[in-house]
Write a protein that binds this ligand. Structure first.
Ligand code: CAA
Length: 360
């Protein structure tokens, strides 16, 4: 069993309480497609939209493991809210606070970390999903501005976010830009109808001669790919925690019904074992990140294994609970629908294998 510090146990209890009292009652609405804005507002008030960031920049000032515990606990009740939080924190706020100028940190980072505004990460394009380096969105310099043309696909928090971290190609290579939702030339596509994560938004983005001031360039020209990749390492630990939350909640659901029905729990043994393995990998990666040690390989291993575990467990639990189908408060089929995408976004399982094999 993992042993957390007292501080970690405290945040875990706090997040479990928040998830049980606030998130769980909102799940049905999210399943109908309602974006959990009221939950995000409550989370902002409690500092949960900026858990691992310095208080000076609007964060809660806790460590990375505390943040991972939060995603883990929230995802037990709602994986949709888990991914909203993960994308906002890991791949939008974090790069701005890490690579931004002091002005960018003050202007955007602080408001993101305090939860005043919501963030999104716009890397993926049609034909440039796994092969992110081949993206085609262009940014042409014209005096003090860059003019962006192109499109992005499958953007989590699309249409709901106030700030998009957009990756586009300049003369010197892939470059990151902080884009306000009000920027002229930015258009948001329709919300994708997804198999799972119904409370989250996934849209395309279109840029038509969208002007972005050079002050909103994050890092230097050509640094964008490295910014994206290094933040994806962090993001992948978050998705591993999300997958872990789904798997654990699914197992708990199975236990509840099977104990009540006096069934043999033998089919759950493998599931429980895999969950423990996923937990160790996830928190090991989180621990390395917290200690500022390299964690590229470990983040990919955690995501690969935890995502597979979520799919394995949620599918097995459906088999175990087949006879209980249709009972009220039966969440097993939602967990099953929510699990699959963990093997797809923030790098598919094949991508994680590439990252791991290159690190060997
Ligand atoms: N961490 C840090 N740096 C990394 C890195 C990582 N994980 N992966 C690559 N890099 C660096 C490399 O070290 C290399 O640097 P040098 O030039 O100094 O050597 C540079 O980036 C280029 O690396 P590669 O040659 O390995 O690049 P590649 O083009 O072969 O592609 C890839 C690497 C791993 C396949 C990469 O394209 C990738 O990760 N693809 C998946 C994209 C992805 O995860 N998208 C997620 C979208 S966001 C999302 O899903 C959010 C959501 O909705 C939930």
């Amino acid at each position: 069993m993992l042993v957390f510090t007292k501080k970690h146990a405290k945040i875990q209890q706090e997040m479990e309480k928040f998830a049980r009292e606030e998130v769980a009652p909102f799940v049905e609405k999210m399943e109908e497609g309602v974006f959990p804005r009221p939950l995000i507002e409550k989370m902002s008030k409690q500092g949960f939209m900026g858990i691992p960031f310095n208080k000076r920049y609007g964060g809660l000032g806790l460590d990375f493991i505390s943040y991972i515990l939060a995603i883990h606990e929230i995802s037990k009740k709602s994986a949709a809210l888990g991914v909203i939080l993960s994308v906002h924190t890991s791949v939008c706020t974090n790069p701005i606070l890490t690579f931004g100028t002091e002005k960018q940190r003050e202007r955007y980072g602080k408001r993101l970390a305090s939860g005043d505004i919501l963030g999104a990460f716009a890397l993926t394009e049609t034909g440039a999903g796994s092969d992110a380096g081949s993206l085609k969105t262009k940014a042409e310099k014209d005096g003090d501005v860059y003019i962006l043309n192109g499109a992005k696909q499958f953007i989590t928090n699309g249409g709901e976010a106030d700030i998009y971290l957009v990756f586009a190609r300049t003369n010197k290579g892939i470059t990151a830009f902080i884009v306000d939702k009000e920027t002229a030339g930015l258009k948001v596509g329709k919300d994708e109808k997804k198999m799972g994560l119904h409370g989250s938004r996934t849209t395309s983005l279109y840029f038509e001669n969208m002007k972005v001031h050079k002050d909103n360039r994050l890092g230097d020209e050509g640094e964008g790919f490295k910014i994206a990749m290094s933040n994806l390492n962090i993001g992948r630990i978050g998705i591993a925690a999300q997958a872990l939350g789904i798997a654990e909640a699914s197992l708990e659901e199975a236990l509840l019904f099977m104990k009540r029905g006096k069934k043999s729990l033998l089919p759950l043994a493998n599931m429980a074992t895999r969950i423990e393995g996923a937990k160790l990998l996830t928190y090991q990666a989180a621990f390395l990140k917290q200690k500022r040690k390299p964690c590229r390989k470990e983040a990919s291993m955690a995501k690969l294994f935890a995502a597979r575990t979520a799919v394995y467990v949620t599918s097995g639990v459906l088999d175990c609970l087949a006879e209980y189908r249709g009972l009220p408060n039966h969440h097993a089929e939602r967990f099953f629908r929510d699990a699959k995408v963990c093997e797809i976004y923030e790098g598919t399982s094949e991508i994680q294998k590439i990252v791991i094999s290159r690190s060997l």
